[in-house]
Ligand binder design. Sequence first.
Ligand code: PMV
Ligand code: MG
Length: 370
Amino acid sequence: MITVAVPGKLYIVGEYAVLEPGSAAVLVGIDRQVRLRLTRTTSAGPAVRTITTSHAPGRVIEFIHRGTGFVPVSATTADAAGLSHVLAALEVVDRYAAESEHEPTGFALDIDSQLDDPGTGRKYGLGSSGAVTVAVVRAAARAYGLSLNPDMELKLALLSVFSVDPHCSGGDVAASARGGWVYYRTPDRAALTAALARDDRSFATLIRQPWKHLAVRSLPPPRGLSLEVGWVGRPAKSGELVSAMKQAVRHRRSAYREFVTASDHCVDRFAAACRDGDDRAVEAALSTAGRLLRGLATLSGLAIESPDLARLRCLAEELGAVAKSSGAGGGDCGIALIDPARAPILWRRWRAAGIEPLNLRVHQRKGSIG
Ligand code: PMV
Ligand code: MG
């Protein structure tokens, strides 16, 4: 049996701007994970796959290999929609494996996500789609006996998420693939799609080439600050917010460009401050990133920092900490960087205000590329 565990993520700085090719964000991989168990199976006829998930206990979704790919036997449209990232990742690995003449493999795949609350089914916005994509690419590649280095694995996972949502940045994939504190710069997705559309370009060629703009670098964590995470009790749909943002800034291109440029500078300052071990500069950059997002909210008319996220931030600021919304905003989580000695007081104040402090830590990191 192949088992894989991949961390979820949280955005620290650079949200929205990181959607632009060449722009960057800093994220962390966290110690809540998506776990996969893959058991290879053999069948007399065409290869068969089954998928089970912790989201739908007892439900087994079956696929059979026909022609050039796996087709659902028992999957409903709703199943397929719920599994879009899983199926996209499988398709990418299948195509990559087929290029090197591997026979389609049959297996039973079981997906267990700790990123949402299993008891209540609450969604915290900890990046389950990015994590599940990395996990499926890793497990399926092992099932085929393919050896992927971290750079190739990341690129296959990015191609998978871009095929589901051509507008996402892929930052969540980078954080889940690497863990720890991660600086991520978004590749030129249009150039990748164009390269793939050209007949002569295989996945194997594409993932061995450098990708314009793409960078993933591990950062040292801030020295004396603790990252605290509060959940405001309301799930947010990042995809919808991103689409609404695109619409809203269509006629405000130059102001939006200014936001992106300022965000890029801020992310660079944040990363440099981590490398220099300068916690005061880390705090300053986080606070600027939050202010830039509030400016973007005014520009676009979208509530990135919802009233409950503003409350989360103000409570942290009253204790001398810095805080901001994390990710697309509108709900989910906010983050604070605080003197660890004061974290218990912050937790108490957040709780009293109806904000749930999440007991999670940054997942340990691996190497860096780019
Ligand atoms: O809300 P989250 O944690 O999924 O973050 C979304 C971050 C955006 O920059 C708004 C979108 C993206 O794909 O990077
Ligand atoms: Mg979110």
